[in-house]
Design a protein around this ligand. Sequence first.
Ligand SMILES: Nc1ncnc2c1ncn2[C@@H]1O[C@H](COP(=O)(O)OP(=O)(O)OP(=O)(O)O)[C@@H](O)[C@H]1O
Length: 241
Amino acid sequence: MNPTIKVEQVTKSFGKKTVLNDVNVTIPKGQLFGLIGPSGAGKTTLVKIIVGMDKADTGTIHVLNEKMPNLALLQDIGYMAQSDALYVELTGEENLKFFASLYKLKKEEQIRRIAYAANLVNLTPDLKKRVSAYSGGMKRRLSLAIALIQNPKILILDEPTVGIDPELKLSIWNELLRLKNEEEKTIIVTTHVMDEAERCDFVAMVRDGRILTSGSPKELKALFHTDNFDEVFLKAGVKQS
Ligand SMILES: Nc1ncnc2c1ncn2[C@@H]1O[C@H](COP(=O)(O)OP(=O)(O)OP(=O)(O)O)[C@@H](O)[C@H]1O
């Protein structure tokens, strides 16, 4: 079967700085894929290129067998950026309605999706408030709700749980696992946090624009002879340098 996402030999520089260096990634349908690495490793740049918001200098990206960038695929990709792109003068509900209106959703489906997404991120009681009065964590939660609004086949979430309290973080992770298991969503999550990486089916560890190592959390622990995921990352870095 064709993979849902295929990144081949992608390179990207900003000025003289090489930010992605020969990156190759294959993500099958229904996989929860974790991109893990320190700040500045290139994770955001890679996901932006996959979504089609940025262009690779060389290499190719295919999503659902289409070459990216491709506007027609926006319906199929829910993207949560690291910085919130919200209309702060509007209420949470108005933001959700606006983003829902961009997609081909019937009226009742729109209403259902808004209720589902708001509930998932615990924002239902705050929907009538203006976003300018939201806390940082509430804005993150609203951004996550927006990424889910059109019920996309693919979710690309750039540090989705930063600034979110542990209880809600757990319920968001449980929902991501449910979406993967029951609805066969393909999900990419970027994170710095090792315990989040351990919940993924497959992890790629990125540093300085290169994938240091990749595999299932279990495989990586076995490969680096450790039970501790922080150590996997440290050992993978040492092996490369
Ligand atoms: N538009 C840009 N112009 C110039 N440099 C950029 C641009 N976008 C990213 N960079 C640089 O590319 C490198 C990788 O950035 P990127 O945001 O992809 O890293 P990251 O792994 O997502 O980090 P973080 O976890 O902090 O978000 C950094 O050195 C960053 O400064």
